[in-house]
Write a protein that binds this ligand. Structure first.
Ligand code: NAI
Ligand code: SF4
Length: 441
């Protein structure tokens, strides 16, 4: 059974409220941190090996140490709660059921970074959660954990919750900052990174909800103990939101030592695939990472078991980097049609493109149109090659990663499931009435 750090108290009734959270050890890590120097807190986070939980997996301690500290210029912590990656709903769970864990993590992190005004930017669709967060902020303030001169240390902190307008692109950190400043959420060119020039051109750390919540157990048990959990550079625990064709969709905390097979089939996690269906593929880290066929998902190309961690999910056979992504684990059974699925994603990325760069603005539209044509049984063989060519021209040629995120699912679908695309071309009538999965298994 995986060790629980973040969700260990999630089952306790009323844990959402300050009194219950405090009764179960809440804010003890903050008390401990505020007695340490800011350098000591930073060192614990570095030693823990914590990697950003939003998707990129960038080492959190390293990011914090990049924060510029020009004399007299305020710094900010901004929590990215714009969780919009299809298949990803773990931050929603944390904020809804454990809001004080996030507030406590923000207190420790803001203290370490020297931020006296910190923000939570939350996606507009999570319309009921800002009230939960604001209530928790008020409770923490009333108890002396926010506001002026916290616990007599001289450290001041105000936290504000900002609701997004419902655009996926505002989850990209620089678009988020633009939106927070009151402008249209268009991504900025990086560098400069927000750590140097962020909110209102001030040094800013933007971190995911889960990353900031994880700072609480790191201070609680120490960075060294945290680093012992997990394996290699995949330290600590990770929240996974599992959905699709599984018996037990939900949010699970894993310690990154379990295999993908165990995660899908064991009763402790996803509980297997309904109706005895076979596993076809999975998107292990939210829709911005490529689809992985069952044979590569359960075993590496060397025949070793595939583990639920950054390294194992990056090893061989994939188009790019790690597949851990945002922890949105989407399972497809044998009845699903990869062409249909890829078309749905292409429509999503086309709709969410901010339109600043031509390859993304035009390319996502073309990919959607061609996929729709193939899916409807009106495609030609050369359309598959055209699709391949378009995704190649998007990847690496855009301002922000949305372009890559739109290209990778298409590339992986063609690479691993070309037969399904060809079936649609060769069976125009059938493909109008049936999907590939149901027709072929
Ligand atoms: P990134 O790799 O560009 O940056 C990661 C973080 O490290 C950023 O905060 C960046 O500012 C910082 N960083 C990197 N190099 C730095 C340097 N030299 N100096 C200072 N800071 C530096 O990746 P990005 O764009 O932040 O995230 C992309 C990922 O987001 C994708 O892999 C995808 O999985 C995930 N994603 C998650 C979503 C969600 O809802 N959770 C939605 C969409 C994408
Ligand atoms: Fe906008 Fe797409 Fe360019 Fe990102 S890649 S800046 S979403 S057009």
């Amino acid at each position: 059974m995986s060790k629980k750090l973040l969700l260990k108290n999630a089952h306790i009734e009323g844990i959402r409220y300050f009194e219950t959270y405090r009764k179960h050890g809440g804010y003890e890590a903050a008390e401990k941190a505020l007695k340490m120097t800011t350098d000591e807190v930073l060192e614990e986070v570095k030693i823990s090996g914590l990697r950003g939980r939003g998707g990129a997996g960038f080492p959190t301690g390293m990011k914090w140490s990049f924060l510029a500290k020009p004399e007299g210029v305020p710094r900010h912590l901004v929590v990215n709660a714009d969780e919009s990656e299809p298949g990803t709903f773990k931050d929603r769970y944390l904020m809804e059921f454990l809001p004080h864990l996030l507030i406590e993590g923000m207190l420790i992190s803001s203290y370490c970074l020297g931020s006296n005004v910190s923000y939570i930017y939350i996606r507009g669709e999570y319309s009921w959660i800002p009230d939960i967060l604001e209530e928790a902020i008020e409770e923490a303030k009333a108890a002396g954990f926010l506001g002026k001169n916290i616990l007599g240390t001289g450290f001041d902190l105000e936290i504000y919750v900002q609701r997004g307008g419902g655009a996926y692109i505002c989850g990209e950190e620089t678009a988020l900052l633009e939106s927070l400043e009151g402008r249209r959420g268009n991504p900025r060119l990086k560098p400069p990174f927000p750590a140097v020039k962020g909110l209102w051109e001030r040094p800013t750390v933007v971190n995911n909800v889960e990353s900031i919540a994880a700072v609480v157990p790191i201070i609680d048990i120490t960075g060294a103990e945290y680093a012992k959990i997990g394996v290699g550079r995949s330290t600590g625990t990770k929240l996974i939101s599992a959905c699709g064709n599984i018996n037990k969709p939900g949010v699970y905390e894993i310690d990154m030592t379990i295999t993908v097979e165990e995660f899908i089939y064991s009763d402790e996690y996803c509980g297997g695939i309904p109706n005895g269906k076979k596993l076809k593929a999975c998107i292990p880290g939210g829709s911005s990472v490529p689809i992985v066929p069952a044979n590569l998902l359960l075993k590496t190309i060397n025949g070793e078991p595939r583990y639920m961690n950054y390294e194992s999910l990056a090893d061989g056979g994939f188009a790019t980097g790690t597949m851990m992504g945002s922890g949105g684990f989407i399972v497809l059974d044998e009845d699903q049609c990869v062409v249909n699925h890829t078309m749905t994603l292409a429509r999503f990325y086309n709709h969410e493109s901010c339109g600043q760069c031509t390859p993304c603005r035009e390319g996502t539209g073309w990919m959607y149109k061609i996929l729709k044509k193939i899916e409807n049984g009106q495609g030609k063989m050369e359309d598959i090659d055209l699709l391949w060519d378009i995704q190649r021209k998007i990847e690496g040629n855009t301002i922000c990663p949305l372009g890559d995120a739109a290209a990778w699912p298409v590339a992986a679908a063609i690479r691993h499931f070309r037969d399904e695309f060809e079936w649609h071309v060769n069976n125009p009538e059938l493909s109008q009435t049936q999907n590939y999965g149901i027709a072929n298994y």
